[in-house]
Design a protein around this ligand. Structure first.
Ligand code: BMA
Length: 322
């Protein structure tokens, strides 16, 4: 697929020709839009997407869709999979959004970190599941305004780590915090700062899908929000964090690597948005399947290569010092 814009930024991700792969029209019950899915591979190789579904009130819940090849043949739960539980968790009063899934091997469970939209603003919440049918909520783990969070799959120095994105007025940087029990969090550290001025990732950035483990470090795909006269532009960039100390950013790319280009990314409820909350890795250990919300309206798939992303960072990245 080519377009004139392709010459303007690197072609590290390739959109699937079947895009968008899931839309509201596919849903077994009435919904407004489906977007920003978390993603994981189940034990039998099935791709599971935990999709953000916006209803006709504007409130979101989560719904699971399963596919053998991660592209088509989706089997979508006939009812919402994870609805706000307002009686026990009032922080979910205005919905649950943007799930990021991490399989925690030592617990043999999937951690789902999501945004709970509370009356005090968006906050980070955590639920554990073994099967994406029943969930155990740990509740709100980061207070408002905070979102764009995911767990790192293994303990580092005995601690779980959570990447998250607190926001203050119009500024938002990426932070990392740690916990021994997933419930109590502390030792907050700044991980990656939004750049300033004309940069594509000035003022406001956030984690996109959960970190990707490579031999050279944790690969972090993050989004930058560029404020323009025509509204916000959501694009993706990449950085590499040290394996034993993910607070340390080894390389940060200069240009964005993926941005809105196609009609389904440029036009929807919110124009000019690509927003990725999930990925799966192919059997070769290198193919990266990025599942993303397009224009806050539908779900699309783009495929890249971990080794190509690392090679690109070697040329276009520089160490981050703050
Ligand atoms: C962000 C999040 C995402 C959304 C994006 C674009 O702040 O709320 O859920 O996709 O804005 O509207």
């Amino acid at each position: 697929m080519t377009s004139p814009k392709n010459t303007l930024y690197p072609k590290l991700f390739h959109r699937h020709q079947a895009n968008p792969i899931l839309t509201a029209a596919d849903w077994p019950y009435p919904v407004h839009t489906v977007f920003n899915p978390g993603a994981t591979l189940l034990g039998d190789g099935t791709t599971l997407l935990l999709c953000r579904v916006e209803d006709h009130r504007g409130h979101s819940h989560l719904c699971a869709a399963r596919s053998a090849n991660g592209i088509d043949g989706w089997v979508i739960d006939s009812e919402p999979t994870f609805l706000p539980d307002i009686a026990n968790h009032p922080e979910e009063i205005w919905g649950v959004e943007d799930p990021r899934i991490t399989y925690i091997e030592e617990l043999n469970k999937y951690a789902v970190v999501y945004t709970a939209f509370s009356k005090g603003g968006p906050c980070v919440a955590l639920a554990m599941t073994e099967d994406f049918r029943s969930f155990h909520r740990l509740g709100e783990i980061m207070t408002p305004d905070d979102k764009d969070a995911a767990l790192i799959p293994k303990r580092i120095d005995g601690h779980f780590s959570l990447i998250h994105r607190p926001a203050y007025h119009a500024t938002a940087h990426i932070w990392i915090t740690s916990s021994v029990d997933l419930q109590n969090w502390g030792t907050h550290k700044l991980l990656l700062k939004a750049r300033k001025g004309a940069w594509w990732d000035a003022n406001k950035i956030g984690l996109s899908p959960p970190l990707i483990e490579t031999a050279r470090g944790w690969l972090m795909i993050y989004h930058g929000v560029r404020t323009t006269a025509a509204g916000a532009l959501y694009r993706l960039g990449v950085a590499l964090l040290a394996l034993d100390d993910p607070q340390k950013c080894l390389l940060r790319g200069d240009a964005w690597i993926f941005g809105p280009e196609t009609p389904y990314e440029c036009h929807g409820d919110v124009d000019n948005v690509v927003f990725a909350c999930g990925h799966t890795i192919g059997a070769n250990g290198d193919t990266l399947n990025l599942y993303y919300g397009a224009a806050d309206s539908c779900i699309a798939l783009a495929t890249g290569s971990i080794s190509e992303l690392l090679a690109w960072l070697d040329v276009h990245g520089s160490p981050e010092i703050h």
